[in-house]
Design a protein around this ligand. Structure first.
Ligand code: GDP
Length: 418
């Protein structure tokens, strides 16, 4: 059966290992490249005297994206008989992490690409680290440029072993490992004579067979308030449901204050509804009418988290300026914003080797990861990332620049424990 929801996948891997070519190949294999584009690429490639360069096609799409100021993530679409896909391109790990954690584009599955000629490199491990941090366990590892290795099984097995070891260190196990040539299109749609020794699924078959059901639907209601509008004397609260469902007539709590009210009406795009679910943007009114602000979180009355001002997180630092303990910065979690300090950096981790560089560190440098206890200026509504993604991830900002991003692994920790 064809699935309703568009599956978001992220393509990761070391620079030049073939991300763009793989994306181009997926578009080509699913007939998703606009005809004019294809003709144009062929023409330019001929002029340059090379075969149709798929990477070039993607770079062109990328150029277009750069010129457009409205879209800040490259989103490329293709479809199979099973479902629609949206590829979140990750040109570099900074953009990748930013896009993933700032929210709009949290992927449900990932493809990690490894050039068999080069093997595991810095960014391979770093990207794998970020995927593990984000709990993305629907992972397909694609071993690319098999044509350069004469399509030999031994080469694939050797690099695969190395990759599986790195992933195992991160507690990850790929759902599929596939030897391919993105350039030649080998193992993208079905079995290929070049690698008759490979008996597993092709890239498209593997993607289609992933179970991408979201768990947020069965969690209790969480709705971070985005805005409040006054319309015809009514106060309409607007936001996107992070988890669970909102029902007309339901009793809810507003956090962090704990005030209680009842949802008196519910609408989506101006249409009155009785129920809305995770992922939907809605407007609602409360009875009694309370003064509500952006950043408050509407939750189920019976099942609600206790606000917290100290929590433990896994973070990844992307700014040149280091994260220093006890230095005030800004934290953003869903629609909540508050001043924050890193109270304790329990572990400082090299993200490309995964080594713990230091325990009880004073700072985290660019590209380092860490286990950090944060203390916020005011209580926030937070959850473990594994429970409600949107309330379990956050960014650290300085003057609206994202400096680091993290996921909450323990939503409450007391000072004594430190
Ligand atoms: P990215 O930086 O990860 O996006 O890598 P690209 O897709 O730009 O590819 C880097 C280079 O590797 C380009 O010159 C590609 O043509 C080449 N390449 C990609 N896939 C293959 C492949 O399967 N076989 C061969 N021989 N070259 C490839």
């Amino acid at each position: 059966m064809r699935e309703q929801e568009t599956a978001k996948i992220v393509i990761t891997g070391h620079v030049d290992h073939g991300k763009s070519t793989l994306i181009g190949r997926l578009l080509l294999a699913t007939d998703s490249l606009p005809k004019e584009k294809l003709a144009e690429i062929k023409k330019i490639s001929q002029e340059l005297g090379k075969d149709t360069e798929l990477a070039f096609a993607i770079d062109q799409l990328e150029e277009e994206r750069k010129r457009s100021i409205t879209i800040d993530t490259a989103q490329i679409f293709f479809k199979t008989p099973k479902r629609d896909y949206c590829i979140i391109d990750a040109p570099g790990h900074v953009e990748f992490l930013k896009n993933m954690i700032t929210g709009a584009t949290l992927a449900q599955a990932a493809v990690l690409i490894v050039d068999v000629d080069e093997g595991i490199k810095e960014q391979t491990t770093r990207h794998a680290y970020i995927l593990s941090m984000l709990g993305i366990d629907k992972l397909i590892v694609v071993f690319n440029k098999m044509d350069l290795a004469g399509n030999k099984e031994e080469v694939y097995e050797k690099v695969k072993k190395e990759a599986l070891r790195v992933l195992a260190d991160l507690g990850m196990k790929p759902v599929y490992t596939i030897p391919v040539s993105a350039k030649e299109g080998t193992n993208f749609t079905g079995p290929s004579p070049e690698m008759s020794w490979y008996k597993g699924p092709s890239v498209l078959e593997a993607l289609d067979s992933l179970d991408l059901t979201r768990e947020t639907a069965v969690r209790p209601l969480r709705l971070p308030v985005q805005d409040v509008y006054q319309v015809d004397g009514e106060r309409i609260i607007v936001g996107r449901i992070s988890s669970g469902k909102a029902t007309s007539g339901q009793s809810v709590s507003l956090l962090p204050s704990g005030r209680v009210a009842r949802i008196s009406s519910l609408r989506v795009f101006g249409k009155e509804l009785t129920e809305a679910g995770a992922g939907e943007s809605i407007g609602l009114t409360l009875e009694p009418t309370l003064t509500v602000e952006r950043g408050e979180v509407l939750t189920e009355k019976e099942s609600r988290p206790q606000p917290t001002d100290r929590f433990r997180a896994n973070i990844f630092w992307i700014a040149e300026e280091p994260l220093e303990i006890n230095k005030k910065t800004t934290l953003r979690c869903a629609t909540q914003e508050t001043g924050v300090i890193a109270e304790r950096i329990e572990k400082r981790i090299n993200s490309s080797t995964l080594e713990v560089i230091e325990e009880d560190a004073r700072r985290l440098e660019m590209n380092e990861a860490g286990v950090v206890v944060f203390k916020t200026d005011k209580p926030i509504t937070a959850e473990k990332f594994s429970f409600v993604e949107e309330l379990g991830r956050f960014v650290i900002e300085h003057q609206y620049n994202v400096q680091g991003a993290g996921i909450i692994v323990e939503e409450r920790c007391d000072q004594a424990k430190m």
